[in-house]
Design a protein around this ligand. Structure first.
Ligand code: DX5
Ligand code: ZN
Length: 215
């Protein structure tokens, strides 16, 4: 059974409080919070004040996915805003090891996000310092995109290396997860499913979360 992390990016921002309550009452495990800076990715989403506001109502793990340049500059502020897990993009971190030590020393779980085209082998040497790999299965920047199939192969490669090294790293799949492909993704080795459009675009988001949880 995978952990489910609804992506707040697809929530109704005018009624955010309702959607936060729905996630609290659902079988979801984490809040997935997508921060975009318009530089690392071609879109701007929300930032610190919105995350701090969500934190006041959220009763579950705050999983913050930073799609920003120079994430180290803001790590402490995201901790103060309420992040429990902080994921930085490997492509935005020339000194990834340093970023991971910083996140740990601030008392958060470490996350490394990786774009679809980036070989997963690039993070093998730091795996013992990584709590969560946020494996992108779409190009980051937008919700509602189509799942990129070859990501399944990357999940398998990463899972094998995690087992080989004996780390406790979780594999989180982010982008294009649906009720139709979730089983395949879990079978490949994923531990956490992010779902934006599949949850919030459905008639009954709470039931959709329950359905994902059952897979
Ligand atoms: C994309 C974000 C995702 C996004 C997923 O850049 O990182 O978390 O919200 O949305 P869906 O599930 O709709 O692909
Ligand atoms: Zn994300």
């Amino acid at each position: 059974m995978a952990l489910i992390a609804p992506s707040v990016l697809s929530a109704n921002f005018l009624q955010l409080s309702n959607d936060i309550k729905m996630i609290n009452e659902s079988q979801a495990d984490w809040f997935h919070l997508d921060v975009m800076d318009g530089r690392f990715v071609p879109n701007i989403s929300f930032g610190l004040p919105v995350i701090a506001a969500i934190k006041k109502e959220a009763k579950k793990v705050m999983d913050v996915h930073l799609m920003i340049e120079e994430p180290g500059k803001y790590a402490e502020e995201f901790k103060n805003a309420g992040a429990d897990i902080l994921s930085v993009h490997i492509e935005a971190c020339p000194h990834l090891h340093r970023n991971l030590q910083q996140i740990k020393s601030l008392g958060m779980k470490t996350g490394v996000a990786i774009n679809p085209h980036t070989p997963v082998q690039q993070m093998f040497d730091v795996l013992h310092d990584v709590d969560v790999v946020c494996m992108m299965s779409v190009n980051p920047g937008f919700g509602g995109q189509k799942f990129i199939e070859y990501t399944l192969e990357k999940i398998k490669q990463l899972k094998a290396e995690i087992i080989r090294r004996g780390t406790n790293t979780l594999i989180e799949i982010d982008g294009g997860v649906t009720l139709a492909n979730a089983k395949q993704i879990i079978d490949a080795g994923a531990d956490v499913l992010v779902a934006g459009n599949t949850v919030f675009g459905s008639e009954n988001p709470m039931e959709t979360i329950a359905a994902l949880k059952k897979i």
